[in-house]
Structures are given as C-alpha cells and as structure tokens.
Design a binder for this molecule. Structure first.
Ligand code: AMP
Length: 468
C-alpha cells in the first residue's frame, strides 16, 4: 500500500485570490505568512482575464520576489505556492504553481499533499502518449483534466480528481475562473476567506490575517469550489469521508495564530501540554520548550503543572528548519547552529523539556546533551504528541520507517539514546482531546503516523464515510 509514498513529499502552502486589483501582491504577502510551510521554492501565477503570467523561483519567498516587477503581474486573480520537497527533487521545473497552456486556454495549478497513485497514473498517461515535464505528482492532475478533451471545467476537473487518491488541497486558476478542491477525507487544510468583494483561499488562516481578509468557511472534504465574477459555486465530487485533518498540522506544521478546521493551533498545543502534564508529571524546577513549535505546549504544561515556564533555549531565527539539511550529519550540525541553552537559567536545575514531536531523535538528543553541558541537573523530556512510528503517505515529510526512532525502540531505549532522565509521550486519547473540541464540527483527525491506521488507502478506499 505504501509502495508509492516515497518520492516527492510535499508539505506546502497554497494561496488563491479572486477579484482584487492587487492580486499578485496580495498573493506574495499571503505566501510570506506561510513561509514556514515551504522554503525551497515559491511562485505566483496571475490572470488578467486574458492570459496567465507567472513569477516563480527556487528559495524563500522574499528571494524569489525581490526582483519581481509587479507591474508586469497585473490582473485581478492569482494563485501562489510555497514548496517544501525532499530528496533532491528541488528543481526549477517543479516549482509551483505549475502552468499549462494550450491553444485555447491555460491553467495554473498549486497543490499541497500527496497523490498516492501518481506513479501508476503517470505510467498510464505516458503509455497513452502524454509527455510529463516534471517529477511532481501535481502534473498528473493537469494531464488528466486535459485528456478529457472537454476543456477545463467542473466536469473535467471532477472526472480527473476522482481518478486520484491521497491527500490533496488544490488551487487552480484559468483565465476566467479559480477552483479549489479538497480530498474526500479533508486531510490537508484549506480555508476560504473574504477581502471586501474578493475571495481568498489559503492553506492557513494566518494568510487571511496577513492581508486583512476574514475567514468565511472551510473547503469541505470532497468539495470543488468554483469562483468567478458571478460568485462562488460548490459541487461535491465524492462521497464525503469523515474529516481526517492531519494531526501534525496542529502538533508541528501550522502557525500558532492559524485556525485549522476552526481550531486555533496555539490553543490546541496548550491543551496538548496540559494533557501531557496531567498524565506525565515530573519532579522538576521549571518547564522549557524547544523554540518555536513547542513553546505553546510548554506553556500549557507549565500552567497545568504549576511549574514556572522559563526560556531555557534560544533559537537563532536566521537559521532555517533542521530538516532542510539533506544528510544526517548536516542535520545534526543544523540543530547545533540553530539552538543555544541559556546557561544562567538551566544550570543546576531540574528541567522538563517539552518538544512537539520526535521523528528521528536528532533534535531531542542534541538538546538534552546541550542542556546537560550547560549544567542542567536533570532533563525530563515530555513530547506533546504520541510517538511517530509510521511514515506519512499524505504529504508530510516523515522519512522511512527505518529512520523513525520510535518505530525501532521502546520509550526507555529512546530515553537512553537521547540521554534523558525520563521520557514520556502524549497519548493518542490526549492528542484527540486537545484537538477535537466538537465532534460534529471537527470530526476526526488523521494520526496515521502515530497509530498506523491510514484513513485513505491507495485504492481510494476510505476508512469511514461521513453522511452528516
Ligand atoms: P528529529 O530531530 O528527527 O527527531 O525531528 C524532530 C523535530 O523536528 C521536532 O522538534 C519537530 O519540531 C520537528 N518536526 C516534526 N515533524 C517535522 C516535519 N514533518 N518536518 C520538519 N520538521 C519536523
């Protein structure tokens, strides 16, 4: 089932805006606020009603757009993308939005997620004569839409989408319409906002706040939304699965000020910390969090345990995410470059160190070592998510099972490996409680990387069908 999940994993950010004279610039700002979702490439495609124009490149949003001439990107609608990929697939032709032009019309496509049957479908397409220009799974969807021979419309998009399985949030732009679609289980986030009369679509609501837009609603699982000058229309292209929003969006990926499926990320992380404190207390002097993603959970743990929250680790904000380093050796150096202990605070103290998750164990090991070297008397590691033992096939970079420390070691062994005085993880029930506030609205979450229960199979089968 997981045969095709390696390849390009993308935990990206998508953005779209319809009906605003500064569409390209607003997209640029929106992408900026979602920079944390991908630092390897960024792009904007704008439509002036007659043609599509693109500006894309490798690197951070700011680097890509510092030379951009926005006067050449005029138009009232635009889509954009920030990209995070793994394993050397970081080539200019893979930077999104992907653009496709025929004699009659053009299309720009931006995608967040992972199409699980992309390899099978691209093999079929190539067998039928299609020439794929990128190694991105996103291109498969464009070819499927084009091959219908019906042009780009709701019917051809629906037919194409129904051939793909996995987790996906798409934003598409043609000369005269914008489309947004979400997979039938709603694994990836995608929200709709308004900015005056304009419509906005984004992976994270922090992009709405950035441009002064207001949240309107979530794109629903299995929904295709069409936006043009007449307004917004919606069709359901698949039987809606029970919503299975990715738990890692809350644990690690999303920005604390974003609301993911109408649940604030910072607040959910605080609840994770609270649950963790109640289930796994520690005899200690203070609580510290690994910046930035663990700060919210550390505050929650401190509040619930009655221990003071302290700033025991400083992050150099000019060093990118650890995972960007391609090799284990470089990754380890990355952690050292990025984080430093506050010696005067941690020296001689018994510390509860909160991290949001352990993947390979690199970060925790380094930090425990660093804190002990700075004089910490004890370091009790508390992880604000259940142990990650299974790879993700829905677009989150979790690497292979061999590399996942919890897939190969018990909690006690992990404690020994990372040099902690004790280790405890948040339970699956604790995580669910912290995220799912209201079952009727928020329904379920995907915890496949923790439980091994994959809500969507490669053949498209869904774990549970929601008929609400
Ligand atoms: P590791 O050092 O491999 O155990 O990675 C764990 C650290 O990476 C945690 O501190 C998280 O903040 C962060 N992390 C968790 N999931 C991801 C991910 N999918 N991509 C990048 N970083 C992550």
């Amino acid at each position: 089932m997981l045969a095709e999940m390696k390849g390009i994993n993308e935990e990206c950010g998508v953005f779209g805006i319809w009906g605003h004279e500064n569409a390209a610039e607003l997209t640029y700002y929106g992408l900026h606020s979602m920079q944390h979702r991908g630092q390897e490439g960024a792009g904007v495609v704008v439509s002036d009603g007659e043609q599509l124009k693109a500006h894309k490149g490798l690197g951070l949003v700011n680097d890509v757009f510092k030379q951009a001439d926005f006067s050449k990107l005029s138009g009232a609608s635009a889509v954009g993308h920030v990209r995070y990929s793994t394993q050397g697939e970081n080539t200019p032709e893979n930077v999104q939005p992907l653009m496709f032009k025929s004699q009659t019309e053009g299309m720009a496509l931006a995608h967040n997620g992972n199409i699980m049957n992309a390899e099978t479908l691209s093999g079929e397409l190539e067998g039928q004569g299609s020439i794929l220009q990128t190694s991105s799974d996103t291109e498969v969807l464009a070819h499927l839409i084009k091959r219908s021979g019906m042009g780009i419309n709701e019917t051809s998009i629906t037919d194409a989408i129904n051939k793909i399985t996995g987790a996906y949030a798409f934003v598409m732009l043609t000369e005269d319409k914008m489309y947004a679609a979400l997979d039938p289980s709603g694994i990836r986030p995608l929200s709709i906002g308004r900015l005056g009369d304009a419509y906005v679509v984004a992976s994270e609501t922090c992009a709405f706040d950035q441009i002064g837009a207001t949240f309107e609603r979530e794109v629903l699982p299995g929904e295709l939304v069409t936006i043009n000058d007449e307004g917004i229309a919606s069709i359901r292209f698949a039987i809606r699965g029970q919503r299975k929003m990715c738990a890692m969006e809350y644990v690690y990926l999303s920005r604390p000020d974003s609301d993911v499926n109408e649940v604030n990320v910072h607040a959910s992380r605080k609840r994770m910390g609270k649950e963790l404190a109640e289930a796994s207390p520690a005899d200690a002097d203070m609580v510290i969090g690994v910046p930035d993603s663990s700060i919210s959970a550390a505050i929650g743990y401190a509040e619930a345990s009655g221990l003071p929250y302290e700033m025991g680790i400083i992050k150099n904000r000019y060093v990118g995410r650890t995972f960007i380093q391609p090799s284990q050796e470089l990754r380890e150096q990355g952690v050292k470059l990025k984080l430093a202990p506050v010696r005067g605070i941690v020296s001689g103290k018994r510390i509860v160190m909160i991290d949001d998750s352990i993947v390979r164990g690199t970060t925790s090991k380094r930090i425990v070592h660093m804190l002990k070297k700075a004089g910490a008397a004890e370091v009790h590691v508390r992880i604000a998510s259940p142990s990650i033992q299974h790879p993700c096939c829905y677009g989150i970079d979790m690497s292979t099972r061999d590399e996942l420390i919890a897939a190969n070691h018990s909690v006690d062994e992990i404690g020994e490996i990372i040099g902690a005085d004790s280790v405890a993880y948040l339970s699956e029930a604790g995580l669910t409680k912290a995220i799912v506030k209201d079952k009727t609205i928020h329904q379920g979450i995907c915890m496949a990387c923790m439980t091994g229960n994959y809500p969507v199979k490669e053949n498209g089968e869904q774990e549970a069908v929601y008929r609400g």
